[in-house]
Design a protein around this ligand. Sequence first.
Ligand code: ATP
Length: 310
Amino acid sequence: MIVKVNNLVKRYKELIALDHFNMEVEEGEILGLLGPNGCGKTTAINCILSLLNFDKGEIEVLGKKMTPDSYDIKKQIGLVPQEVSVFEKLTVKENIDYFCGLYIEDKNLREQYVEEAIEFVGLKKYEKFYPKKLSGGLKRRLNIACGIAHKPRLIFLDEPTVAVDAQSRNFILDGIKKLNKEGSTIIYTTHYLEEIEMLCKRIIIMDNGKSLVSGTKEELKAMITTSEKIIVGFLNIEDETINKMKNIPHVIDVEKDDEYYIIKFENGINNLANLLEFIKENNLTYTKLHSQLPSLNDVFLELTGKELRD
Ligand SMILES: Nc1ncnc2c1ncn2[C@@H]1O[C@H](COP(=O)(O)OP(=O)(O)OP(=O)(O)O)[C@@H](O)[C@H]1O
């Protein structure tokens, strides 16, 4: 286990930001820490890195207890913080060199690492620019380069794609996959479901400072009752017919969402065939019909009763 967090409690005065939070991370994985704004993701990272004191719990990183002066552990860690944290008075290259220099003393090696980091985030032609001349997306890339240039074994990325354009976002997500392929373990926090689906092998779902569940996407989706949703746009359907629809085998609920009906099925086969049979028997006409497997949002909804949206 490269990170182990046990029953972490962190209070900001009377606010409990982490409430017996648990997390285990295996070497080599991309772990997604998924939860709504304010659920405690950044606080958890800052406690793990000993950037914040906490009230209770144990934290081990790379097999050792983490303390503010665990320099030997810290040099194997990269942090890409949520807020872009670079020096405005240094150029792109100088910024990366500064952060890399905190951990890499050998000048030649550092030069090589800085060059590699610049290439990695695609900022070669901007290396002499000052941060204020960069777009939001390019600044985020610089922030990433500063966090990873020293080739850390463990990388924390705290919502690195917030407010970036689509091109930089894809660039960042591909880069993260590449870092992982090259051997780094990644802890990725976000409230964007699609990114978690795309990147992470394992996910921890957080809410109100607690880790609610952890598992692979498939394991999490298997935890909830709904296994399939069929979305249908009916023309002129009576309430009575909707009620009758609930008697179709495996239907657990029928909901209306704008102009469409969402028919939720629990585990079962032939759901679509049974529904089409019902449609035929009741002479119903529809404009649109498609089946959807449950999403991580459905998992979050079932666990917390609310949507994982801003
Ligand atoms: N320095 C602080 N003082 C007081 N309260 C804080 C402080 N930092 C965070 N909080 C509160 O602690 C809770 C957890 O915040 P945190 O930033 O860890 O959440 P998060 O999941 O990272 O959210 P976001 O995605 O918005 O960054 C929130 O209610 C937040 O308002």
